[in-house]
Design a protein around this ligand. Structure first.
Ligand code: NIG
Ligand code: FE
Length: 415
């Protein structure tokens, strides 16, 4: 097993504390080692801290390789906990329609949007889906994403959903990134069920969810709870069945309209609720009480030209906030966690420290990866990003560029 010593780093990391994601004032607590070192063996962190203490009991024979990080800021590898990064074609034409004034939900209602991605994915082979997704993931890797969640949800029948999940599993085996798969068969009501959405909800419960559970290809189940998509009653029914079958839950909640999705996330004990642009005070409190992580997607608000989610309110009320790209061909084709962090700081008034926790440790909690990634601590994977600056604030300060010198996964340079 190779042992490497990374030295001369300004290390900024949130640290685990207790048995839940970082909330309230904890969200902004970052540990800093200005002359920091990371000792890595077999891809995992053996110890991390000030250089003097990391190398105290080390003899030269203990270390196979020393790497000087040049005094740059080093942060945990970014964890992107919400993406739809498995699809078959872009939807740039639809973006132009939105710029010209059509709304996202109108386009979906007319059979476009998610449903146009569904038509494409159904007609695309598993190999092609794999290749498309792999290409998108290598772009995210260059922006520092070392762990990523990917949802299915452009198949909307058992076979096509399984095809997506197999492609996602293969990407997970063949990219350096850690990939967490989510089943999202309830992403939209498919065209063939347009006039009978309750029948599709029934199919989800009796056929699709059991088949996906048997396949073992997804850890989480997610649903789009929105006007004209799945209402609260249908969402409750589908997610309750998913929970029974052993899935952990996520909900696209209150993205465009306040339907009560955030409150449903609290009621069902979901791991996270996503988007939340229109979440009510009551919904936010229900999430805080149940310890649901808010996965906020400011690049989607930006791309939809909507007001950002109320991150400050959520932090004040004790909701742990995570940040994600939402990378998808429709509402937000964003591949850059630094851009998301920048929007969180500039648009949602999060501090750089809060945003860093959101893009790393809280994001890891929201996809059940908190024991493996999300902070630079002994025992975790040696996943980190070397920034082109002295502090994490450079992620917002250096706008429109890639403020990254290098990206490391399991102690290996990957970008
Ligand atoms: O999170 N809102 C639903 N799903 C995605 C968009 C997917 C798409 O447009 O293809 C989202 O915004
Ligand atoms: Fe999404």
């Amino acid at each position: 097993m190779t042992t490497k010593l990374y030295r001369n780093a300004r290390i900024y990391t949130p640290v685990m504390g207790g048995s839940s994601a970082r909330r309230g004032t904890e969200q902004g607590e970052i540990t800093v080692w200005l002359s920091g070192s990371i000792l890595v063996s077999g891809g995992r962190i053996k110890s991390v801290g000030e250089e003097a203490s990391v190398s105290k009991n080390l003899s030269p024979a203990d270390v196979d390789m020393e790497i000087d990080l040049g005094g740059a800021a080093v942060v945990p590898g970014f964890v992107d906990p919400h993406t739809h990064a498995c699809f078959a074609a872009l939807r740039e034409g639809e973006f132009s329609m939105r710029l010209a004034g059509r709304s996202y939900l109108d386009i979906l209602k007319a059979g476009g949007g998610i449903l146009s991605s569904v038509r494409k994915v159904r007609g695309t082979s598993e190999d092609e889906l794999y290749a498309f997704s792999k290409k998108v993931l290598s772009s995210t890797l260059s922006y520092g994403t070392t762990t990523i969640e990917i949802k299915s949800g452009y198949g909307l029948d058992t076979e096509a959903e399984l095809k997506m999940l197999r492609a996602i599993a293969r990407v997970g085996r063949e990219t350096p990134q850690s990939v967490v798969p989510t089943f999202m068969g309830a992403h939209a009501v498919p065209e063939e069920y347009k006039t009978k959405p309750d029948d599709y909800a029934a199919l989800m419960c009796t056929e699709m969810l059991p088949a996906i559970a048997r396949s073992g290809l997804a850890k989480f189940c997610d649903i789009f709870c929105e006007d004209g998509v799945f209402d609260v009653a249908q969402s409750r029914r589908i997610l309750s069945r998913a929970k029974e079958l052993g899935f952990r839950l996520k909900i696209h909640a209150d993205e465009v309209n306040d339907l009560g999705g955030a409150a449903l996330a609290g009621e069902l004990g979901a791991v996270s609720a996503e988007h939340l642009l229109a979440a009510s005070d009551a919904g936010i409190d229900a999430m805080a009480n149940a310890g649901v992580v808010a996965d906020l997607l400011p690049a989607t608000a930006y791309s939809l030209k909507k007001p950002f989610a109320r991150a400050r309110k959520m932090i004040e009320r004790g909701v742990p906030v995570a940040l994600a790209t939402d990378l998808n061909p429709g509402s937000c084709f964003c591949q850059s966690m630094p851009f998301v962090i920048s929007l969180a700081i500039m648009g949602m008034n999060m501090t750089p420290e809060e945003a860093l926790t959101g893009a790393t440790l809280n994001a890891a909690w929201s996809i059940g990866m908190e024991k493996e990634v999300g902070s630079l601590e002994a025992g975790k994977l040696a996943d980190f990003v070397v920034l082109d600056g002295e502090t994490p604030a450079v992620l917002a300060y250096a706008s429109g560029v890639r403020p990254i010198l290098s990206v490391w996964k399991r102690g290996e340079r990957v970008a």
